[in-house]
Design a protein around this ligand. Structure first.
Ligand code: MEV
Length: 314
């Protein structure tokens, strides 16, 4: 195999507060999760063979395409080549590997797209600012998700904690005191497109009920920002629990998520909630650094497929 001409990666993400309501203009707080990553490697391909994107983890391949209905990652590769004036596509093999489980709420699609855009720019000796990477990745997110708010591509392209409101540039904010999360996977794949579509149907059927739930979530996100900035970690736990109760009311929780949240709380977590689209995927538990091991053990005993511990704000 030839030497790589470029290699770039992108972190996963977790939404701390505000998923779903963020699609309807309320704020959300999201953080990168650097323990899981997507990595794109570009190697030269034989002269005249064109460009191919290989995804061995999901068992697929596709050529970069300008067709928006094609594979979202092949489309984002084309968009990156296009903004960098590198069309027709060079003779490249782009190999995508990822440790981010698909359809799990950790931003696997946005991270894969970000790694590809970064690697394409690097191979051409160029660099793209995070806002431009984010805008390109948003185009592939629309193919993955239908009506994404843009929070996933933003937190992953900027790779820092963000306060996000749809249609606005992300605001960095101060983390007064670092805090620790345990992230646990239910093992149930749940595409965000489905839950986002179901919430939309609910909102269309009963706007006042859904707007009231989104407002309540928005209030929690504002309170969480104040607590994070003030370093008041203890206040965050109850806010997470309340956000989870509202997500349940939106019908995006699941028995597996509820079981893991309950197990985490019983083992001493300060609060717990699903993270991302819901109905499966990952949940997050806020823990004290000393309590992380007990909560991890309880989550595994309650059936978590995998767990990881991550510190925010260090
Ligand atoms: C998915 O990570 C977060 C959702 O709010 C969808 C979105 O914001 O696009 C569920």
């Amino acid at each position: 195999m030839s030497e790589p001409i470029a290699q770039a990666s992108a972190a996963g993400k977790a939404i701390l507060f505000g998923e779903h309501a963020v699609v309807y203009g309320r704020p959300a707080i999201a953080v990168p999760v650097s323990q899981v990553r997507a990595v794109a490697t570009i190697t030269p391909a034989p002269l005249g063979s064109g460009c191919i994107l290989e995804m061995p983890d999901v068992g697929g391949q596709a050529a970069p395409t300008d067709d928006p209905t094609g594979h979202p990652l092949a489309y984002v590769a084309w968009l990156a080549l296009s903004v960098l004036d590198a069309l027709p596509p060079p003779d490249w093999r782009i190999t995508l590997r990822s440790t981010i489980p698909v359809a799990s709420g950790l931003g696997s699609g946005a991270a894969a797209a970000t790694a590809i855009v970064r690697a394409v720019a690097q191979a051409l000796g160029r660099s793209l600012p995070p806002a431009q990477v984010s805008a390109l990745v948003y185009e592939s997110e629309k193919r993955f998700h239908g009506t994404p708010s843009g929070v996933d591509n933003t937190v992953i392209a900027f790779e820092q904690p963000v306060w996000f409101v749809r249609g606005q540039p992300p605001q960095p904010f101060v983390i007064g005191r670092p805090f620790t999360l345990v992230i646990a996977d239910t093992g149930v794949a749940s595409p965000t497109r489905i839950t986002v579509g179901d919430v939309r149907r609910g909102w269309e059927a009963d706007p006042p009920r859904y707007e009231a739930l989104f407002d309540a979530i928005g209030g929690i996100v504002h309170a969480a920002r104040r607590a994070i900035e003030a370093g008041d970690v203890a206040a965050l736990g109850p806010l997470m629990d309340e956000n989870q109760r509202l997500l349940q009311a939106l019908d995006v929780s699941s028995p597996e998520l509820e079981r893991l949240c309950a197990a985490a709380r019983s083992a001493g977590a300060l609060g717990a909630k699903l993270s991302g689209g819901g109905r499966g995927g990952n949940m997050i538990a806020l823990v004290t650094p000393d309590g992380a091991a007990d909560v991890t053990a309880a989550l595994e005993a309650a059936g978590a497929r995998s767990t990881l511990i991550t510190a925010v704000g260090v």
